[in-house]
Design a binder for this molecule. Structure first.
Ligand SMILES: *[C@@H]1O[C@H](CO)[C@@H](O)[C@H](O)[C@H]1NC(C)=O
Length: 404
């Protein structure tokens, strides 16, 4: 009987204490610390119990924890979108387009920027959204256009402030191993994902400070974890993350809240297109130095392309977790600093945060592009080493290989 009560007590305590711990510890980090908090709390309860906590103290503890837990469960009413204006970049396709549509339906006054005012994306938005929505042409790498978009937005807003900036526009000009990626890939990613977003954010900050508004930025787990073959893209998102995180605490006194969205892989924009990777592949083969092409081998690069294409096919099509996160970051009275949106992202961060690098590297390879083909030069070398081990007459073999 006593034993049975022990377990009930432990169970109840760990549920409540764990819930409270989640609120304070884990909400802004990831799912991982939640699990750790629960385990830790169960342990603490066990220890307390073994010292036989006086019943009164136990009860008091339970009450306290219940209160904390209840405070957490208290549904926080979202703010009203009515009369709030948001500016979203990159609305031609993908997250930007879906977010523009959703935020418009919620009652926001949306300023949606597109690369092409006469493209399919812009046409869809015009057709499906309310007259509140304003479409603006903007390539965020062109400071002149950023300036113009700011003027147009200000003119339309009049005295009204801007509530939110959604930094969505981004590119993945990236293909293959870091050594193989062209300088133009690195610069292309930086130009849009970092410098473009930086310029837009700086331009709109005065408006956002005025309204004590929100900045929501689309980042990527690839900006924090070393995904194979995504060095150029990842480095640009890493730079963006650091900039945004710095802004977050600098803007705190101004009352501007800053959130980052970390989506898993989704079918959005060009990279979901098989031909896109075909083009990237051809361009890489064409621009690579003959030495590198020889050492890595064409089969190796071709495999990378196949893996990218396959990965693209398995990416999620339901953008709603991301769109939901954007909306929450704009409307929650206490938005989270980071939103992990989509299948598997939390698990990925769990592995990354709590396992050795060697394990998380393996995990990322398995998850993303797991290469089977060995670079050409390594295959030759391995063949040579193998022969050496089996035969003392090294010169003989070297000679044979050189003759080939
Ligand atoms: C955006 O970039 C351009 C060119 O570098 C610069 O002249 C402009 O001042 C920038 N905008 C802001 C708001 O800093």
């Amino acid at each position: 009987m006593e034993d049975y009560l022990d377990w009930v007590y432990m169970g109840v305590m760990s549920v409540f204490v764990g819930g409270a711990m989640k609120k304070f510890l884990a909400s802004h980090i990831s799912a991982a610390p939640t699990a750790v908090a629960w385990l830790g709390v169960t342990l603490v309860v066990q220890i307390l119990w073994s010292y036989s906590v006086p019943a009164v103290l136990g009860l008091a503890l339970l009450c306290l924890v219940c209160c904390l837990y209840a405070a957490r469960m208290d549904p926080v009413l979202p703010l009203s979108a009515e009369g709030k204006a948001v500016f979203i970049t990159g609305c031609d396709t993908g997250f930007g387009k879906a977010a523009a549509r959703r935020l418009d339906a919620q009652g926001f006054e949306v300023f949606a920027t597109v690369l092409d005012l006469f493209g399919e994306g812009a046409r869809d938005l015009r057709k499906t959204c309310s007259p509140r929505l304003t479409l603006l042409q903007l390539d965020i790498t062109q400071p002149q256009q950023v300036h113009q978009a700011l003027l147009d937005t200000k003119a339309k807003l009049g005295l009204k402030g801007l509530w939110g900036l959604v930094n969505n526009a981004g590119v993945c000009v990236n293909f293959g191993d870091a050594e193989l990626s062209l300088m133009s890939n690195y610069r292309g990613c930086m130009e849009v994902n970092f410098f473009g977003t930086l310029n837009v954010t700086k331009a709109f900050l005065p408006l956002l400070r005025q309204s004590k508004g929100r900045i929501v930025t689309m980042s990527s787990p690839a900006g924090e974890q070393p995904f194979p073959c995504l060095a150029a893209y990842g480095a640009s998102k890493a730079a963006l993350n650091l900039f945004i995180n710095t802004l977050r605490h600098e803007l705190d006194p101004w009352g501007v809240k800053v959130s980052t969205i970390l989506p898993s892989s989704y079918k959005t924009g060009q990279p979901s297109n098989l031909e896109y990777w075909e083009c990237q592949y051809k361009s890489l083969i064409h621009n690579l130095s003959p030495d590198l092409l020889e050492e890595y081998g064409e089969e190796y690069i071709q495999e990378t392309k196949d893996l990218f294409q396959r990965h693209t096919q398995t990416a999620s099509e339901d953008l709603s977790p991301v769109i939901h996160a954007i909306s929450e970051a704009l409307l929650s009275p206490q938005p989270q600093l980071r939103y992990y949106a989509g299948p598997g992202v939390r698990f990925m961060y769990f592995i990354y945060s709590f396992f050795p690098m060697s394990v998380s590297d393996k995990f990322l390879q398995r998850l993303f592009v797991q290469k089977k083909v060995t670079p050409h030069a390594l295959r030759k070398e391995n063949g040579l080493t193998h022969n050496n081990n089996n035969n003392n007459n090294i010169n003989n073999h070297v000679e044979r290989i050189e003759k080939k």
